[in-house]
Design a protein around this ligand. Structure first.
Ligand code: NOJ
Length: 567
């Protein structure tokens, strides 16, 4: 059958909703689908054309919905399938597509498949998951040395059958066995179910993990030493990954006008191309996270260095050009807020800095993603103690006492988490200066609200014509502007001053039309010299974050950013 894909995502701007923290409609302190319905006009005003909704399926919430117990129904706290249908209809009426989260590397341990699977070694669902006998005399040592992304062994012993199951995340997130064709058929059916309900695409959670390196006899080999996740080389981009993804696409996805974006931590450009080269019919796009490492090393915070970030951007812009398609983002529900990380400024220049960051990515080639709250410049939460953090990752590390050998281990962990915690992105959306930031009318939100909501909130942003919100609206609008959009979509990428440590300057060029993008990443003035190739050409300003920016040999003001059309 012919593919139905129009590749609409190349013109889209996607907004990510983390439903638990977006908007609460019923006062229970937890965001929900009717809360989202109430904000669709807001999203339409922002101009985004698709929503990526983090998981809203039934889940015991060991990892806030990334542990699914029923793939075909909605989590009670979020509402019902009827609410969901009303939500997607409301999105489609407004020209907004819906991308659902597809979490199929693992299920919840409360999924019916797993309940069956763990009940006996010859249950028909046994082989839906990855069970092995333990090592040692009594089989009381895990089958191999793989570790979980959240810390500790990746295996859990199960008394009932005296075997171990694999969980690359929490113990409540057992990994599915994709080598079992029945599992692949189940996943294809789930995908078809949602596509038939009108879904437009999927963000595929940790999709690079689905194929494990199983040796003859079923053995899973030990991994080399790796402080972050041991065994990684045996389950990332595993032996059958491309075959399984192609099968899912060819059998189901490409018969719909759908898109996929695969979460691909640690992927190289070469691997990225294997996943997304259109002729290979696997995924449409991926999220690569290299840029997220410009201020850390293996999750350990380091000093942010702009040249490192620019190099990463440049490599991906040129590496995928003409072959595949980039995903552009600063934030998501697993990352701290970008403002603190990449500009270090929350104070006087918060608005300029947030706008500058937006310019830096939105003018690149790819699909921009905006994470809830980014469009009003939300910042990290001022955590004072580990007890305030909710993330299963922090809780697991604490429970295991991973750093216990170090003196002041709690202080060190707190310091790391103050910079790195995923919780920073998960505080409730700040809608107004009113009670509980307008997130809930109930007494108690499920999670702490950033005290700066009295000044940083949607109501304030909508009332201020110069707000970060309206700046995002303008940038998003450029993707539909007949003069600018073709250059953004098709233009080549060329960087000036790649080694400069304070400014980021690049040019996009298509059919003789050029855009020059200039961003000052510093909270101080930095001199800028117009590159020779550009001197003496006519220019027209497209966007800038100061009212009187000028393209010339100028001192760029703190976080000044502008884009000019060169004629
Ligand atoms: C990636 C998701 O983005 C993250 O939030 C989750 O904890 C893991 N995958 C496990 O599903």
């Amino acid at each position: 059958m012919e593919s139905a894909k129009t590749r609409w995502y190349k013109d889209a701007v996607v907004y990510q909703i983390y439903p638990r923290s977006f908007a609460d409609s019923n006062g229970d302190g937890i965001g929900d689908l009717r809360g989202i319905i109430g904000k669709l006009d807001y999203l339409q005003k922002l101009g985004i054309t698709a929503v990526w909704l983090s998981p809203c399926y039934k889940s015991p919430n060991a990892d806030n919905g990334y542990d699914i117990s029923d793939y075909r129904d909605i989590m009670d706290e979020f509402g019902t399938l009827d609410d969901w249908k009303e939500m997607i209809a409301g999105m489609h009426e407004r020209g907004i597509r819906l991308i659902m989260d597809l979490v199929v590397n693992h299920t919840s341990d409360e999924h019916e498949w797993f309940k069956q699977s763990r009940s006996s070694v010859d249950n028909p669902y046994r082989d839906y998951y990855i069970w092995r006998k333990g090592r040692g005399k009594n089989g009381k040592r895990p089958p191999n040395n793989w570790t979980s992304r959240f810390g500790g062994t990746a295996w859990e012993y199960d008394e009932t059958t005296k075997e171990w199951y694999l969980h690359l995340f929490n113990t409540k997130q057992p990994d599915l066995n994709w080598d079992n064709p029945k599992v692949r058929k189940e996943v294809a059916d789930i995908v078809k179910y949602w596509l038939d309900l009108g879904v437009d695409g999927f963000r595929c959670d940790v999709i690079t993990y689905i194929s494990k390196n199983v040796l003859e006899g079923g053995k899973l080999p030990n991994g080399k030493f790796n402080p972050i996740q041991q065994g990684d080389e045996h389950f990332t981009h595993g032996p059958h990954i491309h075959e399984y993804l192609r099968e899912l696409n060819v059998n189901v996805l490409e018969h719909y006008d759908s898109m996929t974006v695969g979460e691909a931590q640690g992927v190289t450009i070469e691997q990225g191309l294997l996943y997304t080269d259109e002729s290979r019919r696997e995924l449409d796009t991926i999220f690569q996270f290299e840029a997220m490492e410009a201020d850390c090393w293996n999750q350990i915070p380091t000093t942010f260095r702009l040249p490192k970030l620019k190099k990463i951007f440049g490599r991906w812009q040129t590496g995928l050009f003409g072959k595949s398609w980039n995903s552009l983002f600063w934030e998501n529900h697993d990352q701290p807020r970008a403002l603190g990380r990449f500009t270090g400024d929350y104070g006087e220049y918060r608005k300029e800095a947030a706008k500058m960051l937006a310019v830096a990515t939105h003018m690149q080639q790819g699909t921009p993603y905006v994470y809830q709250g980014e469009e009003i410049g939300m910042t990290n939460y001022p955590f004072k103690s580990l007890d305030e953090m909710d993330d299963v990752l922090v809780k697991t590390i604490r429970k295991m006492g991973l750093f216990k050998a170090l003196p002041f281990h709690n202080t060190i962990l707190l310091k790391v988490m103050q910079r790195r915690a995923r919780d920073h992105a998960r505080t409730p959306m700040q809608w107004s200066a009113g009670n509980n930031a307008g997130f809930t009318e109930g007494e108690k939100p499920w999670f702490v609200i950033n005290p700066n909501y009295t000044t940083i909130n949607v109501q304030e942003a909508l009332a201020d014509p110069d707000s970060i919100f309206y700046f995002y609206q303008k940038l998003i609008g450029l993707r539909k502007d007949p003069k600018i959009a073709p250059i953004l979509k098709n233009g080549t990428y060329k960087e000036y001053y790649p080694k400069h440590k304070d400014i980021y300057v690049y040019e996009r060029s298509f059919e003789g039309k050029r855009l020059l993008v200039v961003c000052n990443f510093k909270n101080k003035t930095v001199p800028f010299v117009v590159p020779n190739e550009i001197a003496y050409v006519g220019t027209e300003q497209v966007v800038s974050n100061y009212s009187d920016s000028r393209l010339g040999n100028v001192d760029l003001r703190p976080y000044e950013a502008f884009v000019y059309l060169l004629k």
